[in-house]
Ligand binder design. Structure first.
Ligand code: GCO
Ligand code: MG
Length: 412
């Protein structure tokens, strides 16, 4: 079973996606997601220029060997571009292997450890009323766990809050096609940590008051706080029993989480911008976090994320795989097979893709009554409609960034 063809497909239905499609000499195809939000073409070029030529004529059944070859032979290790490219190859090979034996991928990863995969969705609103409506609408869609993001008084637009709806022309837009906006320059947002720290506990108090104690609630701090600010927030949120507080500090300083941990029992999740197990080494072995947030797409694929999660399992740390809309349906499906198979599953982030994306990527995974399932099609269960993909050429898109009131660029 040799790889005969490797195509890199960049398409932009609703937003940009990078997909690698491999075809073997016996006609089996496999696809993998290599989308890196706002930097898509870097991965596409890494794949086409440096990886595709190495794949032709390789044995498609040697997944681990191909992973090690791509990781070690490059010499330049880690980094989101490299690891997203390796992920695309890895998932495409798992798709091929599972199809070649006629099984859904999760069967090759050890079989199902549960019946369904608990998902959380993103509720947001610029004020409490809009937020409550958004929470209700998510509950109506079936979500049983909900992330809460809101506007902060005095700040015009904030990442994670419905489509900058306060800006003219954006009324009613879905926020989830952001934060990468199709524009020639990154959108500028504003930020003030002190206002945020004062405001957020009042939001959670209101949400608990309205929706009761049972509903699992999550929050994403998006790397904006210093360790001591994050510690203060974690402590202030304790009465509201969060499922997790995500990315409370910039992720690259693992020591920061030790300080936060010493001050609060609010569970901590981190890792959407990590790309190898080495980013987690201290965090896991010293039990400084509770959930691993990496995406299959950004962490070298199923092969490497499975190893990270097995390492985490020894320390009672669970999965919380990254799943916003910049993870394509291919990356999402791969995550669901892993979620179903591992023992230390925690929760799966899930935002619904738009219609054009769903037409381009035919999916067999399901979302019912708050639970996802990858389905039982052989492989990962997603097929790319290449003709449909061809209708949506790449569009320049950037993530936003933010500045403090005095104009200083801040973490976001
Ligand atoms: C999340 C994330 C996303 C990211 C986006 C960046 O928790 O879902 O923070 O909203 O900002 O995926 O590419
Ligand atoms: Mg996040």
């Amino acid at each position: 079973m040799k790889i005969e063809r490797a195509e890199v497909i960049v398409t932009s239905p609703d937003r940009n996606f990078v997909t690698l499609k491999l075809t073997t000499d016996d006609g089996i195809t496999g696809i993998g997601d290599g989308t890196l939000n706002g930097r898509e073409l870097a991965v596409a070029s890494y794949l086409s220029e440096h990886v595709v030529p190495l794949l032709i004529d390789r044995d498609a059944s040697r997944i681990e060997d191909t992973w090690q070859f791509l990781y070690r032979s490059a010499y330049w290790r880690r980094g989101p571009v490299t690891m997203a490219a390796i992920a695309a190859v890895d998932v495409a090979l798992w798709d091929i292997k599972a199809k070649s034996v006629g099984l859904p991928l999760y069967q090759l990863l050890g079989g199902a450890s549960r019946e369904g995969i608990l998902a959380y969705g993103h509720a947001s609103g610029k004020d409490t009323e809009a937020l409550f409506d958004s929470v209700r609408s998510h509950q109506e869609q079936g979500y049983r766990a909900i992330r809460i993001q809101t506007g902060v008084p005095g700040l015009k637009s904030i990442y994670g809050v419905a489509a900058n709806v306060t800006q003219p022309g954006n009324e009613g837009k879905r926020y989830d096609y952001e934060p990468a906006q199709r524009a020639l320059r990154p959108a500028e947002e504003d930020w003030d940590t002190r206002s945020y720290l004062r405001h957020l506990p009042t939001v959670f108090e209101a949400v608990r008051g309205e929706f009761g104690p049972e509903l699992p609630l999550l929050h994403d701090g998006h790397h904006r706080m210093t360790p001591i600010q994050a510690a203060k927030l974690g402590k202030a949120l304790e009465p509201y029993d969060l499922f997790w507080l995500e990315d409370c500090t910039p992720a690259e300083n693992q020591q920061a989480l030790r300080l936060v941990r010493e001050h609060t029992t609010t569970p901590l999740a981190i890792g959407e911008v990590f790309n190898t197990v080495w980013d987690y080494q201290g965090l896991i072995s010293e039990q400084l976090i509770d959930y691993v947030r990496s995406a299959v797409t950004h962490t070298g694929g199923v092969t490497h994320l499975k190893k990270i999660l097995e390492f985490a399992a020894q320390y009672q740390i669970k999965s919380g795989i990254h799943g916003p809309t910049d993870i394509s349906p291919v990356g999402m499906a791969a995550a669901l097979h892993l979620d179903l198979a591992i023992h230390n599953f925690g929760i799966q982030e899930y935002m619904k893709h738009g219609d054009a994306t769903n037409r381009t990527f035919k999916q067999s995974f399901t979302f019912e009554d708050g639970y996802l399932h990858p389905g039982d099609q052989p492989g990962i269960g997603v097929e790319l409609d290449v003709d449909e993909a061809g209708k949506y050429p790449y569009q320049t898109a950037y993530l936003p960034y933010n500045r403090l009131a005095d104009g200083t660029v801040h973490d976001w």
